[in-house]
Design a protein around this ligand. Structure first.
Ligand code: AMP
Ligand code: MG
Length: 408
């Protein structure tokens, strides 16, 4: 079957089209402690106040301000309130020993830290000066009020959010099911590190590096990865691998073999088994990116060049996988930063340059922007998103996309 070749798309059009195919996966319940990196599939509404009651933020004494004077007043200690205990109302004319996190007794309107007091021989304690209203008291509900939404559906959970969920008593959460991704690399030149020693490499052979970063990128996005290894540049083998991958996965992700050469079998194999909806994007690196369907699975074919593979993953695969999980934030937040370099001959395609922030907060450019130079992606801490055909002069503000947010 030979379908007509779809036209080269702009990145924005490609993104929109891709995202329109990503309908959310069903929710499942996970333990809050295991929820790091998962996407919340419910609004978390608090049924209690946090903190639950007024409590002390210091070790010291709970007092009635009206009973204290600036010249210092000695008062008897009528109760001792450690954290976790339930105090009696504060007896008039007395103070209460209190510790950090302990509930403030009814009647008390301030806490005096122990450093501002003096213990007398007769057991009384002198409060040196009048505290301000509410001093060292953490108010009930100052973090969370009953009935408020503390985390919204679509939030991607991290350590702080896990803690927040626990603070309202949630030990389990509804999150989107993990996307199942089948991954394989194509290329007769590829060998796996560990299978062939560097000194035993045959002429023309290279190590499969894409598999290593793609797998890690997928795991960081909460995916279950089925690793189908290396598939040779043979049509039938490619068809077989796609067929197997489609059986079990939500997404089939491949690298290499998606250009126009005779050794590129991905495109015809996908067309044989399913459909190819998108092929080639006006961007650099990463022009040969493909999207289609094989059976019930989505298919994404990344270019073989390592930097192209890395960049197209971040720009296209990542938001797709987040949308599958119902995430509300699909893209990193861009910053406008000054270029500390010149780009005299821009590409006519929209280009993603490997850059790094310097100590002055400007951007340095990695000298070799070739799509085969993986060193650039380790050196870089972000990409500049440069419109097609636009030269950059030192000092120009450019659109910087931080890798740290992308890799989170
Ligand atoms: P392709 O997209 O298959 O034409 O490959 C483009 C370039 O990327 C070629 O130089 C390949 O050798 C290289 N390449 C393809 N796949 C990988 C991989 N998994 N790891 C490292 N380099 C690769
Ligand atoms: Mg190839």
């Amino acid at each position: 079957m030979n379908t007509p070749r779809p036209p080269l798309r702009s990145l924005d059009e490609a993104m929109e089209s891709l995202l329109s195919h990503a309908s959310p996966l069903p929710p499942e319940s996970v333990s809050t402690v295991e929820a790091d990196g998962r996407v919340l599939a419910e609004d978390l509404v608090s049924s209690l106040q946090v903190p639950p009651q007024d409590n002390s933020s210091m070790d010291g004494y709970a007092v009635r301000r009206g009973e204290i004077a600036d010249e210092g007043v000695p008062l008897p200690v009528s109760q001792r309130i450690p954290a976790g205990s339930a105090p009696q109302p504060l007896q008039p004319g007395t103070i209460a020993r209190i510790f950090t996190g302990a509930p403030v007794p009814a009647g008390a309107d301030a806490v005096v830290m122990q450093e501002d007091t003096e213990a007398l021989d007769d057991g009384r304690v002198r409060i040196q000066r009048v505290p301000s209203e509410g001093q060292w008291i953490r108010r009930s509900g100052e973090d969370i009020t009953r009935g408020s939404t503390v985390l919204a559906r679509g939030e991607r959970l991290g350590p702080a959010a896990q803690g927040l969920a626990a603070s309202i008593g949630r030990d389990r959460l509804q999150v989107a099911r993990r996307p199942r991704v089948a991954l394989f690399s194509t290329g007769d030149e590829l060998v796996m590190p560990g299978q062939v020693a560097p000194e035993a490499m045959k002429p023309g052979a290279i190590y499969n590096s894409n598999r290593f970063f793609l797998r890690s990128l997928l795991l960081r996005l909460g995916c279950e990865v089925q690793d189908l290894g290396i598939v040779p540049d043979v049509r039938e083998a490619t068809v077989q691998a796609l067929r197997e991958a489609a059986r079990t996965s939500d997404l089939i992700l491949t690298s290499g073999g998606v250009s126009v050469g005779e050794e590129d079998h991905i495109k015809p194999a996908v067309e044989q088994l399913g459909s190819l909806d998108l092929w080639q994007i006006a961007m650099k690196p990463g022009k040969p990116f493909a999207y289609g369907r094989v059976g019930d699975a989505h298919f994404m074919g990344l270019p073989g060049n390592p930097v192209s593979s890395f960049v197209t993953f971040l720009l296209l695969v990542r938001p797709f996988l987040l949308k599958l999980q119902g995430a509300s934030q699909l893209h990193p937040r861009a910053l406008q930063l000054p270029a500390h370099f010149d780009l005299q001959r821009p590409d006519k395609r929209r280009e993603f340059l490997r850059v790094r922030r310097d100590a002055q907060g400007g951007l340095e450019l990695f000298p070799n922007q070739s799509s085969g130079v993986l060193t650039s992606t380790v050196w870089a801490d972000g990409l500049v998103d440069n419109p097609g055909g636009q030269a950059i002069r030192r000092g120009d503000l450019v659109r910087f996309l931080p890798l740290a947010e992308w890799l989170a």
